[in-house]
Design a protein around this ligand. Sequence first.
Ligand code: HEC
Length: 147
Amino acid sequence: MRIHARVSIVGAAALLAAIISSEAPAHGDVAPQPVDTTHLPQIGAEWVDKNPYRDNEAAITTGASAYNQNCARCHGLGAVSGGIAPDLRELPDDLEGDEWYVYRVRNGAIRNGITYMPVFAETDGGPLSQEALWAIRAWLVTLDGAE
Ligand code: HEC
């Protein structure tokens, strides 16, 4: 009885992993991709509260591709959510939205040991620089959604 229950949990996990890995390519690259931000004004290691790249065209272009390589697999191509993660177009464009954005990319969403969203900020052990993450945010606020 006990063994049976274990086997089926392992089986379910394997099945889930198979589903996730087979679906992933349709939602963009799986492994986090390095983002070159050397052409943007450098921000430094200390996190700022407000997006320094808002309306910066170079940052917006970089952010669009950085998004597709790192976030689209969960938040959808073009930030149009397929349902498994929130629609990021709906995040308010103001300072409050900036703050919530920073909170999430620095902390991820991890509850009871389950990672719903991994940590993305390099300062917190993730793969992306503050520059890359603000570039993504600069692109997100150009999309139609919440003001
Ligand atoms: C593995 C899937 C996954 C990836 C990859 C991912 N996210 Fe998320 N994200 C989620 C999930 C799931 C939530 C909802 C978390 C919750 O509140 O339970 C979320 C929430 C968020 C939120 C808060 C949205 C809200 O309305 O509260 C922001 C901002 C965010 N993600 C930004 C990003 C950015 C930027 C990237 C890429 C650098 C990214 N995410 C990559 C799964 C992901």
